[in-house]
Design a binder for this molecule. Structure first.
Ligand SMILES: C=CC1=C(C)c2cc3[nH]c(cc4nc(cc5[nH]c(cc1n2)c(C)c5CCC(=O)O)C(CCC(=O)O)=C4C)c(C)c3C=C
Ligand SMILES: [Fe+2]
Ligand SMILES: [Fe+2]
Length: 362
């Protein structure tokens, strides 16, 4: 039996790094209609986000939504844009950098933490290729959504698998599905709220507002609704909130279909009409502040509440780059790295070459 000679390049040598890729939704490059259009096109063309048959959805998206929404959304983004850029991009980038620093100190200098965006840039494809080129042969994927929804985490994971399907020698992949009930995440949220209450006084009511999704996704088995309720219950328990002093609502409704209820505008109206004095609102489903928290809640929801008769509205910021949250994120990812310690696992250095072992080199 004859064996092929071993190729001259070292096909069996890898540097064997472990990578962690944080994935968030993505955001436009600038608060302008021109930048919103390609972002919204990519976002709203995703069949995980809009499940209407393409033949019906295409003309609505191209003929109506992409001609009217970019300018309206750009005006909203302009209100929250910072010198460094879109808050979602700024915080996601900081989270990756801080987690890298935190884990390097704890565990492993070779560990590489980076981030990607599902829509816009830096793309998942670009970052998976860069991590592979940097020697990562094992990558943990962490969608930055505590509650799993097919339209958010599901779509991010779809894109990871799509990119891998085009690689001849893909890295080994692990994924985190959700962390809605992880004690570290719940404690970080509770700490953020307690901090706010130490600086100001306690409110009369705490509203926990989550991004909504279409109602039919719940009927089809998406766990998102139940995971939001579980997060809210655990957070209320951690803060020892009496019954009736807090509630849950869903925000950011898009389109005319029914979405998860109660809608945040309805709850704000009810609380305002009841004459609620101070209302605090927290958005536990967003680990970074973004358009949906800073514009829709901190600016718009505040008006809805006071116009209905409420007195004082306070928005509690997302976890963003808080050290407590970075520590929690480390606790969330660490168990998923078990067995991936850098022992030079896949490197063949020092062993006789495979061809020699097979007796082909004489
Ligand atoms: C919790 C995570 C999110 C889920 C689930 C989600 C579902 C979902 N979103 C839309 C439509 C839009 N969302 C938009 C912004 C936006 N959405 C999330 C998170 C989730 N979305 C975030 C973090 C953001 C903010 C991004 C930022 O740049 O700050 C937008 C864009 C803005 C606008 O024009 O309104 C749209 C559109 C649908 C249809 C959907 C589920 C089916
Ligand atoms: Fe959204
Ligand atoms: Fe449910």
């Amino acid at each position: 039996m004859r064996y092929l000679p071993e190729p001259s390049f070292r096909h069996d040598a890898t540097t064997g790094r472990v990578g962690i890729l944080l994935i968030n939704l993505g955001t436009p490059q600038a608060p302008t209609a021109a930048a919103l259009r390609p972002y919204l096109r990519q976002f709203l063309s995703d069949p995980r986000v809009v499940e209407i048959p393409r033949l019906i959805w295409w003309p609505i998206l191209n003929g109506f939504i992409l001609t009217t929404r970019p300018a309206k959304s750009a005006a909203k983004y302009a209100q929250i844009w910072t010198k460094e850029g879109s808050p979602l991009a700024v915080y996601t980038q900081r989270q990756a950098k801080l987690l890298q620093g935190y884990l390097a100190e704890l565990a492993d200098q070779k560990l590489m933490v980076d981030y990607a965006m599902r829509y816009g840039s830096p793309s998942i494809e670009q970052k998976l290729q860069a991590m592979k080129a940097a020697g990562c042969d094992r990558i943990l994927i962490v969608p930055l959504y505590p509650q799993y929804a097919a339209s958010s985490s599901g779509s991010a994971l779809d894109e990871v698998y799509r990119v891998l399907s085009h690689m001849r020698n893909p890295p080994e992949i692990r994924t985190i599905k959700h962390f809605h009930d992880h004690p570290a995440y719940i404690n970080a949220l509770a700490g953020q709220i307690r901090n706010h209450w130490q600086q100001h006084r306690r409110p009369d009511h705490l509203l926990m507002s989550f991004h909504g999704v279409p109602r039919y996704t719940l009927d089809k088995g998406d766990p998102y609704h139940c995971e939001c309720h579980k997060t809210a219950r655990l957070l209320a328990e951690a803060l020892a909130l009496p019954k009736g002093s807090w509630s849950l609502a869903f925000q950011s409704r898009f389109g005319r279909a029914e979405w998860l209820k109660p809608y945040v505008v309805d709850v704000l109206g009810d609380l305002g009409r009841k004459g609620t004095g101070t209302l605090d609102v927290v958005c536990p489903g967003f680990v970074s502040d973004c358009l949906e928290t800073l514009e829709e809640i901190a600016l718009e929801a505040s008006k809805t509440f006071t116009e209905a008769g409420g007195k004082q509205f306070r928005y509690i910021p997302a976890l963003n780059d808080q050290p407590n949250w970075i520590r929690a994120l480390a606790q969330i990812v660490q168990p998923h790295l078990a067995g991936w310690e850098n022992t030079g696992g896949t490197t063949d250095a020092g062993r006789p070459s495979r061809a020699k072992a097979l007796g082909a080199s004489q």
